[in-house]
Structures are given as C-alpha cells and as structure tokens.
Design a protein around this ligand. Structure first.
Ligand code: HEC
Ligand code: HEC
Length: 363
C-alpha cells in the first residue's frame, strides 16, 4: 500500500516557506542598513542630487498651459531637447528658424547675407556655440533660460536675453544689433529659451558655457603659442588666421581667428580665460571636454598668440562702470587693483584674482 505523500509534501513546503521568510527578512534588513549608511555617512553623489531634484521638482516649474508638461532634464547631465519635439506647428517653425539663424548666421547677415549684407562679420553663432549651443562645455545655452534676466557687471545693468544676444552680435560678430521685435531676433531667442527650458530657475547645469582652466603661474606666452598655432590650428584656420571660405560660399568652412572678419576686442573670446577654456575642450576640431587634445599650457599660450593679432576694435569705454568688477583678464584699464594692462592681458592672473577678491571683500 502506497503511503500518502501529502503530509510530507506539506512539511517540505512549510520548511521552504520558513526559509523564504527568513531570507526576505534578512534582505529587508540589509537593504535598510545599506540605505541608512548611504544617507548618514556618505557625501551626496551627483546622481543623488539629480534624482532628488527630479522628484522634488514640481509642475510649477515652467508651466506649459498649451502643451504637455515640460520634462525636467537632469541638471547634472544636461542634454538639449530637440526642436522637432515641439507639438505646436507654428512654434516649431519659429524654433527651426531660430536654430538655423544660429547655425548659419552668415547666410542671413554675413558679407553675402540674404536678409542684409554685412550686418555681421561672417561668423555663425554656432562657430563658438557648438551644435547650435547644445554641446557639453561647447559654450552652450543650457543656463540662459534659467539665469536671465540677470545683472551683468560688464554693462552695469540688468540684461535680458535679447540684450545678451545683441552683445554677441556687436562684439563676437562685430556687427550691428538687431531690433528686438524683428522676426529673426524673436526666433533666435525663442530657440535659446527652448533649449534651456526645464532647467530649474537660477541654476546653471554642469557643462554649460565654457569650462574653466586652472591658471598658469607664469604669463601666457604668445611665442610659444605661435608654435602651437602652427602645429595644431593653422591647417584649418590658415597661416594668416583669416580662415577659409569656399569661392561663392555664404559661410566659412573654417572661421577666421583674427583680421577684419573676426570677433572684435570687446568680445568674450578676447579674454584669455574664455579663449583658452573654449579651445582646450573643443579645438582642434574633434577635441571634447572629456577628450581634450591640448595641454592647459598650450591652450593658454595659443590664446595669447591669437589674441595678440590684429582685429577690429570696439569702443568699450562704457563697459564695466564699476572698475573693481572687471574680470582679472579684462585687458583694458583703468584698473582698481593696480596691476598693469599687460598683466591683465597675459597673466600671471593668480595675484590679480587674489587682489580683486580682497578689494571686493572690503565692499
Ligand atoms: C566669436 C565667438 C562667438 C560668437 C560668434 C557668438 N558668441 Fe555668444 N558668446 C561667446 C562667448 C565667449 C560668450 C561668454 C561665455 C562666458 O562668459 O562664459 C558668449 C555668450 C553668449 C550668451 C550668454 C550665455 C550665458 O550662459 O550667459 C548668449 C545668449 C549668446 N552668447 C548668444 C549668441 C548668439 C545668438 C550669437 C550669434 C548671433 C553668438 N552668441 C555668437 C562667443 C561667441
Ligand atoms: C580640423 C580643422 C580645425 C582645426 C585644426 C582647428 N579648428 Fe578651430 N574651428 C574649426 C571649425 C570648423 C570651427 C567652427 C565650428 C563650428 O561651426 O561647428 C572652429 C572654430 C574655432 C573658434 C571659434 C570661432 C572663431 O572663429 O573664433 C576658435 C576660437 C577656434 N576654432 C580656435 C582654434 C584653435 C586655437 C585651434 C588650434 C589649437 C583650432 N581652432 C584648430 C576647425 C578647426
């Protein structure tokens, strides 16, 4: 007579269940302990703050009454939203126009511009704001929507995005400001705002603008920079620095770094720290923030060389109305810190920075 297997099975099942419960309890405890350890004893990691920012960000940020709620990009790893994702057709058209104006500015306003010839020097915004201002540490527009209008010491007043764009038109593009109400200005600003939408107000996501380089403790050297230029830059930007434009083309293949068609001496890139930071992480073409090609020294020296070449001048007497707010590498006096114009141009910048910090601490 076969024995009924049931009770044995039951017992085995109970035993297995008991083991499982023990295991679950153990796992729960371990996870709780691990979490407590992480929360109490470790520095918050970027992903944690990003995650926290994401779950605490509410719909009050950038409400979009006429569309789906804006996603909140993780500020630590910002990537630009695509304009193709805009659902409103008219708005999408405007954004695409704005993007095209930024990518191919010269086509519209340069020496052969279709809207107006010679309103700008032939550079595209994108030559300095890579991929229409979306590249990580490629002088992108990530922070603009979230940080403007803001006080800017250069003008001594509150600047909105229109004013900031016109600053680049008058300096980097050595051109004439656009009317704020013009279709072109409206489109560019709409695009810039769209790119930075969802970035929490007042925040500059990591990777925005230009990455700062450590300062050298010697002056940047144009003679050494010339050697860097010849080895690493001139194949594209040419020996005379004037870039390369194909016959009849509306925009440069390789934009000019100096000469009549380059940025003027009131432009952001004329400051050595901006130039060196931009170039270190983006040039020669193909360099990236996580795969630079030049050393820090080479970047500073080539900045000194390029910014010692002839270029258009801008009347900047009205800039920096409070002279103690001039950046350490603004090379035009008068200076509040007593250092020479030459040291303000080439460095060493450490002592100037320290003096400025001390002066401003007394305010
Ligand atoms: C020759 C290079 C160059 C060109 C061309 C250029 N810019 Fe700029 N732009 C800069 C630099 C440098 C800065 C300042 C970066 C800094 O200070 O961190 C800047 C800053 C800006 C900012 C503010 C960014 C911020 O986060 O505060 C905006 C907006 C801007 N540019 C728009 C434009 C537009 C639009 C165009 C074309 C009409 C243009 N720029 C053309 C070099 C350029
Ligand atoms: C392989 C070609 C190439 C080389 C080499 C190269 N560049 Fe460029 N550079 C470019 C191109 C193309 C752009 C415009 C980028 C764009 O529009 O996407 C540019 C843009 C620039 C700009 C901003 C626009 C302007 O005209 O001011 C600067 C500054 C610059 N390069 C500096 C340098 C320096 C310094 C070196 C050498 C260390 C260098 N480049 C090497 C191709 C090159």
């Amino acid at each position: 007579m076969a024995k009924d297997p049931k009770p044995e099975q039951d017992a085995a099942l109970r035993a297995a269940l008991g083991h499982l419960l023990n295991l679950t309890g153990f796992l729960t405890l371990s996870i709780a302990a691990l979490l407590a350890y992480v929360v109490l004893f470790t520095q918050p990691k970027p992903w944690m703050s990003a995650w926290w920012a994401r779950i605490t960000a509410t719909e009050t940020e950038n409400p979009t009454p006429d569309g789906p709620p804006t996603e909140t990009p993780n500020p630590a790893i910002w990537t630009a939203p695509s304009v193709d994702g805009e659902s409103d057709a008219a708005k999408r058209k405007q954004l695409r126009y704005g993007k095209d104006l930024i990518a191919h500015t010269s086509k519209y306003f340069g020496p052969a511009g279709t809207i107006e010839k010679n309103r700008t020097n032939g550079l595209n915004c994108q030559n300095c704001h890579l991929d229409a201002g979306t590249t990580y540490f490629g002088n992108n527009y990530a922070a603009v929507a979230a940080t403007y209008p803001k006080f800017r010491a250069r003008s001594g007043g509150i600047e909105n995005v229109y004013k900031r764009v016109n600053d680049c038109i008058e300096r980097s593009l050595n051109g004439r400001a656009l009317d704020t109400a013009s279709e072109e200005m409206q489109a560019m600003v709409a695009y810039i705002q769209y790119v930075g939408r969802g970035v929490p107000k007042g925040k500059a996501p990591e990777g925005s603008g230009i990455k700062k380089l450590p300062l050298l403790n010697r002056p940047a050297d144009p003679n050494r920079g010339k050697i860097v230029y010849e080895a690493q830059c001139q194949s594209c930007h040419q020996a005379d620095g004037r870039g390369l434009i194909a016959q009849g083309a509306a925009e440069f293949t390789y934009p000019p770094l100096w000469g009549a068609l380059s940025y003027n001496d009131g432009a952001g890139l004329y400051r050595l720290s901006n130039f060196a930071g931009y170039v270190k992480y983006n040039m020669p073409q193909g360099a990236r923030h996580d795969a630079p090609i030049l050393t820090d020294e080479e970047a500073w020296d080539v900045a000194a060389y390029v910014n010692s070449q002839p270029r258009p001048k801008k009347d900047i007497r009205a800039d920096w109305p409070d002279i103690s707010s001039k950046p350490f590498d603004h090379p035009f006096g008068p200076f509040a810190d007593g250092f020479s114009a030459k040291q303000h141009k080439f460095g060493p910048f450490g002592p100037i920075k320290a003096k400025l910090a001390a002066l401003n601490a007394q305010k």
